[in-house]
Each structure stands twice: as structure tokens, then as C-alpha cells.
Design a protein around this ligand. Structure first.
Ligand code: 4AD
Ligand code: MG
Length: 430
């Protein structure tokens, strides 16, 4: 018999199917055994009686332990009370491998224990839902840009120099010299945009973040589009359209998972362009009015971001930051050289900054000065300066942090649950 998947079970009502999977849970009621079987695509209850499968197979079923791998055959029956709406009337069971004292039991476990057992924790229903949503978000991101004819141009992971400040660089040995793990694909994206017009890259990025917060990972994924001849305004419009499309796709296609993790989607359903906007100066005024001690020129802390986003149910833009608190490549505001053409997008409900972007410096002289001021090794940036020597043009783009976005859309506290194997200052295993 051919293997079928639980997610397709409705197609087989009244028929016998073969399911290969693992025992999620088991309970008995008199002479009936209820096996909850999961196969990665869903969970189904299989009902076993000795009269249907024979005493020997029934005894085998009663010995099955949590997470043993097995094959079951059974007849599909519609039952509105069952998980997923269908049940299997077991006709046969075969044990593949008995699991011995599976460490994650239905009782409560501490999060550090669960993170130590992350390789197994992935099997539990909540983690499963979150990571399915993550996968949907990734697909939605790719589809958005693919459908708009952006070319996927992956940036390298091993790089010779910093993009987002030298304090969070991971250094790695590179034969007789050294290299750094990329903090952002942006600089290479700019070269790709000059070649292809509209591009994006999507990959892991690395930052040696010493802060132990609910928003920081040392390895996280970023989707970064870059567009030649685009302005800050164009980028903000692109961000609005992009994020709205991703959110509505998840609401549409991952209803069951959102429900399973008890996400109230009322506020997510309100997300559509345009998003509210405030300048950095306006943001500082708001913070002061709310009694925050904040000095003009600095970047916002987590608490500041929460306060700024509080008055909105949808994501809010802050734009025109002081140049001094942003990266060296930001284009100065022609109307006020102290500011730069940058924007951050703050998610509602205290999730903080999920997007950073803006217009890039397109003047060779400004960029040479910026690189020198930052103390960056000029020789590593010659290729980047070439982009301003040979047909420089205005261009803009942004980076969306995937895990923070997943955390917000799922409504979960900490980014550690939004990536299969989180990397944080004190965690490198499993
Ligand atoms: O604001 P950032 O540093 O912007 C850049 O890297 C630009 N070069 C992107 C571009 O314009 N192409 O980072 C972008 C986003 C943040 O808004 C945040 O969502 C996420 O990346 N991020 C992190 N996510 C998890 N853990 C960390 N340590 C993160 N650092 C940044
Ligand atoms: Mg930022």
C-alpha cells in the first residue's frame, strides 16, 4: 500500500490508508486503545480494538511508547469530535522503532530544558505550528518579490569587512588570514541592484550580540531587497506593501496553526497600507511627553520602541534618523545634513524594530568620507566605491528580520522559538 499523509486525509474518507509516523500520545478506555499518531503533516487518532486487529497486534499497540516510530493502516472515518475531523479505524500496526523514555512528556518543562532538547522539542504541537508559520512567511516573502520580478541574488556569508558596525562582528579564520560572517547582505545587494535593477537576498546573517534579550539572536535570517533609482519614499511604500501581503497570506493559509498557538488575529487583520509615519524628531517629542529620558541623537532602546508603537495597532514607521546613530552608508538628508534618509519599522504589541532601511549614499566623496570616519579598512571597500565610480545612481532598500517578524505574527514572547535551532550568546547546542 502507498503511504499517505494526514494533511490529505479528507480525500480518503471511507478508504483504507497507510500512515507512517510516530506515536504522539496514547490512552485506553476499556477494550479500546486510542493512538494519537503524527506524521509531520498532522495528527490523527487511530482507534484500535482486539476484535479488529487481532490480539497480538492489539498487545503490540498497548506496549507502544511516546515517539515510537510506526506504520499504521486503517479505514478513514469522518468524526467531527476528533482532532482534524477524521479518525482511523485501525486494521494493522507495525512497530518500526521503539522509543525509550522520551524526555519531553506532556507535563510542564522549563524552557532551558526544552532548549537543550530542541532537536526533540520541534516535534511538539506548539513548536510545530510556529515553525510551519515561519515556513509560510518565508514562502510569502519569496513570492512577493518573485512576482514583482526581483532577481534573487544571494550575498556571500564570508566577507572581508563590516556592514553594520564593527562591534558585533564574528571573526573566523580564513586560511592564513581572517574573514567575518556577514551582518547583512546589503553592500553586495547594492552591486547586484546596479546589475539587475531590482534584487533581493535572503539568508542567514550573524551578529555577535552580547545582549541577552527576547529580540536578539546571534544568527538570524534577513530578507533584503534593493532597488536601483529608488528613494526613501519608494522603499517605505515597498515595505508597507510587502509586509501587508505577508501578513494576509499567513492569516489566510495558516489559520489552523495560528489558532493552535492561540494567536488573536484581530489586529493582524487590520494591517494594510499605508502605515502611520513619524519623523525621528516627532518620535523624540512623543517619548519626552511620555516621561522617557531620551537625548536627541541616540538610537531607540527596546522600551522607547514599545512606547512609540503603543498608540498604534499596526506597524509604524520612524524616518529621518540622525546620521550619527545610523550606519556609514546612509544618504544624508539634503535638507538637513545632521539627518539621514533612513527608516525603521516598529511592530505593534511591543515587538520593536522589525525592518531597517533607507536610501544609500550615492556620492563617491561622501562615501569615502563615511568609510574613513567609521575607521573601516578602505582597501576592503574599493569594490563598493566602484559602484559610485561607474554609473552611480540613487538607490534604496531594506532588511526585514525574519525571526522578529515570526515572533510578532505568532504573538510569542521570545525569538528563540521562531527558528529551528536558535543561536544566542549562551547557546550553541544542539
Ligand atoms: O536594522 P538592521 O541592522 O539593518 C541592516 O542590516 C541593513 N543593512 C538592512 C538593509 O537595509 N538591507 O537589521 C535589519 C533587521 C532589524 O530590523 C531586525 O528585524 C533584524 O534585522 N535584526 C535582528 N534580528 C534578530 N537578532 C538580531 N541580533 C538582530 N539584529 C537585527
Ligand atoms: Mg536597525
Amino acid at each position: 500500500m502507498k503511504q499517505e499523509y494526514i494533511e490529505d486525509i479528507a480525500k480518503f474518507e471511507g478508504k483504507e490508508v497507510l500512515i507512517k509516523g510516530w506515536l504522539y500520545n496514547k490512552r485506553s478506555s476499556g477494550k479500546i486503545l486510542f493512538l494519537l499518531v503524527r506524521d509531520g503533516t498532522g495528527v490523527i487518532q487511530a482507534v484500535a480494538t482486539a476484535s479488529a486487529i487481532g490480539q497480538e497486534a492489539f498487545d503490540l499497540c498497548s506496549k507502544l511508547t511516546q515517539e515510537s516510530s510506526l506504520e499504521v493502516t486503517g479505514k478513514v472515518r469522518k468524526d467531527d469530535r476528533a482532532v482534524g475531523g477524521y479518525e482511523l479505524e485501525l486494521t494493522g500496526t507495525e512497530l518500526i522503532s521503539l522509543s525509550n523514555e522520551y524526555p519531553i512528556t506532556p507535563k510542564e518543562h522549563g524552557v532551558e530544558f526544552l532548549l537543550d532538547k530542541r532537536h526533540l522539542w520541534l516535534r511538539s504541537s506548539r513548536q510545530h505550528a510556529i515553525l510551519r508559520i515561519r515556513s509560510e512567511i518565508i514562502k510569502a516573502c519569496r513570492d512577493f518579490f518573485d512576482e514583482r520580478n526581483f532577481v534573487l541574488m544571494d550575498s556571500p556569508i564570508l566577507t572581508p569587512a563590516a556592514c553594520e558596525g564593527t562591534t558585533t562582528l564574528f571573526e573566523v579564520g580564513y586560511f592564513d588570514g581572517k574573514a567575518y560572517l556577514t551582518q547583512s547582505g546589503q553592500l553586495y545587494n547594492e552591486a547586484s541592484a546596479m546589475a539587475f535593477g531590482k534584487v533581493y537576498c535572503f539568508g542567514p546573517t550573524f551578529r555577535a550580540e552580547k545582549s541577552k534579550t527576547r529580540r536578539h539572536l546571534t544568527e538570524f535570517w534577513m530578507i533584503e531587497p534593493e532597488v536601483a533609482f529608488a528613494t526613501l519614499e519608494d522603499t517605505m511604500v515597498l515595505i508597507e506593501e510587502f509586509l501587508s501581503s505577508v501578513v494576509s497570506r499567513v492569516i489566510d493559509r495558516r489559520k489552523e496553526e495560528l489558532k493552535r498557538i492561540e494567536r488573536d488575529t484581530t489586529s493582524l487583520e487590520k494591517i494594510e497600507p499605508p502605515f502611520p509615519r513619524m519623523s525621528y524628531d516627532e518620535a523624540v517629542q512623543i517619548l519626552k511627553k511620555k516621561g522617557q529620558s531620551f537625548e536627541w541623537g541616540g538610537d531607540f532602546g527596546a522600551e522607547d520602541e514599545t512606547i512609540l508603537a503603543q498608540s498604534f495597532e499596526v506597524p509604524v514607521f520612524v524616518h529621518h534618523f540622525p546620521a550619527q546613530c545610523k550606519a556609514f552608508y546612509m544618504k544624508p538628508d539634503p535638507e538637513n545634513k545632521k539627518l539621514c534618509l533612513s527608516c525603521d519599522l516598529l511592530a505593534p504589541e511591543g515587538y520593536g524594530e522589525i525592518v531597517g532601511g533607507g536610501e544609500r549614499m550615492d556620492s563617491l566623496e561622501d562615501l569615502e568620507r563615511g568609510i574613513a570616519k567609521e575607521g573601516l579598512p578602505r582597501e576592503c571597500f574599493e569594490w563598493y566605491l566602484d559602484l559610485r565610480r561607474f554609473g552611480s545612481c540613487p538607490h534604496a532598500g531594506f532588511g526585514l528580520g525574519l525571526e522578529r517578524t515570526v515572533a510578532w505574527i505568532c504573538g510569542i514572547e521570545h525569538v528563540r522559538e521562531t527558528i529551528p535551532f536558535p543561536r544566542m550568546i549562551y547557546r550553541l547546542t544542539p
